[in-house]
Design a protein around this ligand. Structure first.
Ligand SMILES: Nc1ncnc2c1ncn2[C@@H]1O[C@H](COP(=O)(O)OP(=O)(O)O)[C@@H](O)[C@H]1O
Ligand SMILES: N[C@@H](CCC(=O)OP(=O)(O)O)C(=O)O
Length: 364
């Protein structure tokens, strides 16, 4: 029988005491109790994405706050080992071995590293080891930081083609407004599409330790839904919330995954990578790639922006600047610039070079 693969993201707010911002043993036990039935059931493959390193480090160092990035990185360097030690002790009673996996955005963006991470994680899951993922805060400089673990959790769920992404937090779902300010706000039980209206409901983090609040959770949900993954935002403190959810009970806010989702590789291309340039393409090329499943050929390219090598990832836009998708180019920006400047007749001689093969093209 096929196993159910679940990525459970545990936010800082689920592990810390709101009055001190430090790790709370009571909350840690609550979180472990939620996870225990899943970890004991061989039909579930669980991956944890856990925040809390900064809070743990702050506690050890006796720091009240961590304001600057180097302070956060230093606190995380101290706290990460404490966090893993805590998980090791919590799950040792269930005879589960844990593994620490620290990732940066650059690890996800690079296809070779991405595939390597997947192989390692698959090997761990096969050996019934529990992978515990966090951002490698210490080395992640601002341009390559996820910053919030919600996006990281979504990308891990995509990487592993999980069936579920559960974002455990200090509130039982998305409300019609931030419940801290809107006292009439109501929980939304089910969301089939994240549109501008839904986005407008999401506010920032609810505590000094959280990052991104509902905004980053919605972004994560969007990525995962688009990749065929069911997403649930649920409260860590709600009794048996994970078991009830997997038994089919309606808990928290359930985001229904897209039936018509893209392949794992194209999800990685769209959600896991950043582009090094941009190609503006004409109407004929837009139609050919969007409705006829064709590759992008040289004559359709009107403009090349940015400097990139062959194999780079670029954005595709139409003549009005509207985003069409992303793709992996077969030639450098230098060669492309040269070729598109040539006389149109020369460009049409011989075979038309495929600038982006259709298998390397992901449309929005
Ligand atoms: N529309 C909303 N519905 C529910 N919670 C919201 C909303 N807008 C903002 N929030 C806040 O988001 C917080 C959860 O996000 P965050 O603090 O980042 O938690 P975590 O550390 O678990 O990632 C809640 O405590 C809540 O105050
Ligand atoms: N990597 C950081 C977590 C940052 C973060 O995303 O926090 P949260 O929004 O609480 O999940 C840490 O371990 O403290």
């Amino acid at each position: 029988m096929q196993k159910t693969r679940i990525v459970v993201k545990v936010g800082s707010s689920s592990l810390t005491d709101p009055s001190t911002g430090l790790l709370s043993s009571e909350k840690i036990h609550t979180m472990s109790d939620q996870l225990a039935p899943l970890l004991q059931n061989p039909m579930y493959e669980v991956i944890i994405v856990s925040s809390g390193a900064i809070a743990a480090g702050r506690g050890k160092l006796g720091w009240q706050t961590t304001r600057t990035l180097p302070e956060k990185q230093a606190a995380s360097a101290v706290g990460q080992s404490l966090l893993i030690d805590m998980y090791q002790r919590e799950f040792a009673v269930l005879q589960r071995v844990v593994a620490q996996i620290l990732l940066t955005r650059a690890d996800i963006e690079d296809r070779r590293r991405y595939v390597n991470i997947r192989n390692t994680m698959e090997t761990l899951l096969h050996a019934r080891v529990l992978p515990i993922v966090n951002e490698n805060d210490t080395v992640a400089v601002s341009e390559i930081r996820f910053g919030d673990n919600d996006s990281l959790a979504a990308l891990v769920a995509i990487l592993l083609s999980a069936q579920y992404l559960v974002l455990l937090t200090d509130i039982d779902g998305l409300y019609t407004g931030d419940p801290r300010v809107d006292l009439d706000a109501k929980r939304i039980a089910k969301i089939e599409k994240i549109d501008d209206h839904i986005r407008s409901l999401a506010g920032d983090e609810g505590s000094a330790v959280g990052t991104g609040g509902m905004r980053t959770k919605l972004r994560a949900a969007e990525m995962a839904m688009d990749s065929g993954i069911e997403v649930v935002i649920a409260a860590t403190h709600e009794t048996n919330v994970l078991s009830r959810l997997l038994a089919g009970e309606q808990v928290g806010t359930h985001f229904i995954s897209s039936k018509d989702h893209r392949s794992a590789r194209k999800s990685w291309l769209i959600h896991g990578t950043r582009s090094s340039g941009r190609l503006c393409i004409d109407e004929g090329a837009s139609i050919a790639i969007q409705t006829q499943g064709r590759s992008l050929l040289l004559p359709g390219i009107l403009q090349v922006e940015g400097k990139f090598q062959e194999g780079a990832i670029v954005d595709l836009v139409d003549v009005h600047g509207g985003a069409i998708g992303k793709g992996i180019v077969s030639m450098s920006s230098f060669d492309l610039q040269y070729l598109i400047k040539k006389d149109a007749n020369i460009r049409h001689l011989g075979d038309l070079p495929e600038v982006i093969h259709r298998n390397d093209l992901a449309l929005l």
